[in-house]
Design a binder for this molecule. Structure first.
Ligand code: BES
Ligand code: ZN
Length: 626
């Protein structure tokens, strides 16, 4: 079956009648997760004017879009995505205009319809100024009280817009298929960071500071980012600072300063020079729901990567790599998310090798197990019509995507693939693309190379794109993990011939211990509760600074039915909001003791970011919304 994006979109059957009506109104776009008519109008520049009101936990202000007309049809309707916004007025070219909110369509929000007095010819522009405040139902923002911060002195707020949460901050064409330049004018009593470069600010009439930023590279809405709180900065490289709570600054600087610039220059050599000017990292409070988020200028990252052993900086290599894959060359919709994440993992692993491909394969097989081998979300190219992209999130686009690119590299040979990389990133620089364009581009690049061209044309593209389940397993270099595989093997005879002792772990890095624990988790027959407890005690695993280690040990313990890990698990769940840990810990906890899982969630739900809270609710109580 040869599929292209557009015809499928037109003929696809939509689960919701509302949805298909709106989609017809908007005529077909290649992104099913936006309700905007972005194929009629295109936002080219955004000015975001917001006050950060910590006491009311909201952003208040206005957003101005410059829209370009994409047709000669002179449409008089601009439809934007919104979600739980408080909109009080809309002006078109300075004049108040008619606007209305259309019926909501879960999980995509409430379309905002703006009426124009007259249509605009192809390439003509209008300026649309929307007065907007966020509400307490905003899913992108988390507002922390001083008590929830590191030094307990000031409130804090931060955003997380990927995948479709930007619409809960301001009305926009919330699709990765549209890119705009952005000016940020933000007032706040505390320092502000955004996904733009700072320009000189001033003091406002009310006495608060105005922070101004500009992003002159066009970016999609999901890369809009803002954070404000009591933070200080320290250099971690010639074009990089780390920002974090003043009491954590030294340890964050130590963790990142040895590698950040090396990562940048390594990827520059593989692709081409870094275009964004500065590459900074903001280490957030522990409720940040992801390991890292590739917001331009400032990567947002979880404090759980600050493990005092520099063993989790693959997250930084990863977010940095997004400066090319994702932030310059972007997936046209979340159905082609592997183009963002698979390419990023590929570049990350070229910059920083250790043995994450092995850890990655385990994550891939876990995700396939979790969804089921035939599940839609285990495909490389997804059908997300009517679906919430957050529900499809897993290791699959990362690891299947990486494996696909690695397969292509091996197929044509590394020297040739190395020439394709900068070509691809040049052709689609500042653009968005889908998997079909990717395929066409690589075939075209190698068309005059008979050998590579033959191999690529014979490749079973449809199986790679649409077959569910695991791809063929490649040969990994296991030299660094053989030692821990041996140790895991010994544990099969623990309690009889093997006597565990602390020195078993001598010389092993935290990541090697991670592979060891993952090996134990793979056993069909779990450890006995007693042996699991012995492992924790003898190896000191609950006390590890490295949460990748302590989290896995707690899972080993819960799988073994060792009740002594319940308390440390609930404690950890009150200290970390990164979904990679929180979701599996709750899933395992509810298996061993559901009342404790529910009680723990009730206790800590306000600590979690709204995205994490929503996902755990779905995990514990089943689906809400659609
Ligand atoms: N862009 C992602 C995070 C994301 C994905 C947020 C989808 C919202 C929706 C980020 O680049 C990422 O992949 N982070 C990983 C890092 C890891 C792969 C090294 C994470 O958070 O664990
Ligand atoms: Zn990523």
């Amino acid at each position: 079956m040869n599929r292209t994006s557009l015809p499928r979109r037109i003929f696809s059957c939509t689960r919701s009648i509302f949805n298909s009506n709106i989609r017809k109104m908007a005529t077909a776009t290649r992104d099913p997760n936006t309700l905007s008519n972005y194929n009629v109008w295109r936002s080219t520049h955004i000015t975001a004017n917001f006050g950060i009101l910590f006491d009311q936990k909201k952003l208040a202000g206005s957003v101005v879009h410059r829209f370009k007309s994409l047709t000669n049809a002179e449409s008089r309707e601009i439809i934007l995505d919104t979600s739980y916004l408080d909109i009080s007025g809309v002006k078109v070219d300075g004049q108040p205009t008619k606007w209305e909110l259309l019926p909501s369509i879960a999980p995509f929000g409430t379309p905002l319809k703006i009426s124009l007095d007259q249509g605009i010819k192809l390439d003509g522009t209008v300026e649309v100024d929307i007065e907007v405040n966020t509400t307490e139902k905003c899913t992108a923002l988390q507002w922390l009280t001083p008590a929830q911060t590191s030094n307990k002195r000031h409130p804090y707020m931060f955003s997380q817009c990927q995948a479709i949460h930007a619409r809960s901050i301001f009305p926009c064409q919330d699709t990765p298929d549209v890119k705009s330049t952005i000016d940020f004018n933000i007032t706040s009593p505390l320092p502000v960071m955004t996904s733009g470069l700072p320009i000189k600010g001033e003091i406002s009439q009310s006495g608060t500071q105005i922070y101004r930023f500009n992003q002159s590279v066009p970016i999609p809405s999901y890369l809009f980012a803002i954070a404000s709180g009591d933070v200080a900065e320290a250099p971690i490289g010639p074009r990089s600072v780390v920002a974090t709570s003043p009491d954590k600054l030294d340890e964050c600087q130590w963790e990142l300063k040895a590698d950040t610039e090396t990562f940048i220059t390594t990827i520059e050599k593989i692709v081409y020079p870094y275009v964004w000017g500065k590459y900074n990292v903001l280490i957030l409070p522990p409720s940040f729901p992801y390991g890292g988020m590739e917001n331009p200028i400032f990567t947002f990252a979880t404090p759980s990567i600050i493990s005092k052993d520099r063993e989790n900086i693959d997250v930084i290599a990863h977010e940095l790599a997004h400066s090319w894959s994702g932030n310059l060359v972007t997936n046209a919709s979340w159905e082609h998310f592997w183009l963002n994440e698979g390419w990023t993992v590929y570049l990350e692993r070229r910059a920083y090798r250790h043995f994450s491909a092995i850890i990655g394969w385990k994550a891939l097989s876990d995700s396939v197990e979790h969804f089921g081998h035939d599940h839609e979300f285990t495909k490389l190219v997804l059908d997300l019509d009517g679906k919430d992209p957050d529900d499809s999130f897993s290791s699959i686009p990362y690891e299947k995507g990486f494996n696909f690119l690695f397969h292509l590299e091996n197929l044509v040979g590394k020297p040739k693939f190395d020439k394709f990389i900068p070509h691809y990133f040049t052709v689609f620089k500042f653009k968005s693309l889908d998997s079909f364009e990717f395929k066409a581009t690589i075939l075209d690049f190698f068309k005059s190379d008979a050998e590579a061209s033959k191999l690529l044309n014979e490749l079973d593209w449809d199986t790679w794109f649409y077959a569910p389940g695991l791809p063929p397993k490649p040969q990994f270099d296991t030299s660094l993990v053989d030692v821990v595989y041996k140790l895991a093997k010994k544990w099969e005879t623990a309690g009889s011939s093997f006597k565990p002792q602390a020195s078993d772990l001598d010389g092993l890095t935290a990541n090697q211990i991670v592979v060891f624990l993952e090996q134990i988790l793979r056993w069909e027959q779990p450890l006995s509760p007693e042996l699991s407890k012995t492992m924790g005690e003898v190896y000191g695993l609950t006390k590890s600074n490295n949460i990748e280690v302590s989290n896995l040990y707690l899972q080993v313990g819960m799988k073994a039915g060792d009740e002594s890990v319940i308390k440390p698990t609930t404690e950890l769940l009150g200290h970390i909001g990164r979904m990679k840990f929180v979701r599996p810990l709750y899933r395992n906890l509810q298996k061993i003791n559901r009342p404790v899982a529910l009680e723990t969630f009730e206790k800590y739900k306000d600590f979690y970011h709204p995205i994490c809270r929503g996902m755990v609710e779905k995990d514990l109580f089943g689906k809400k919304d659609n």
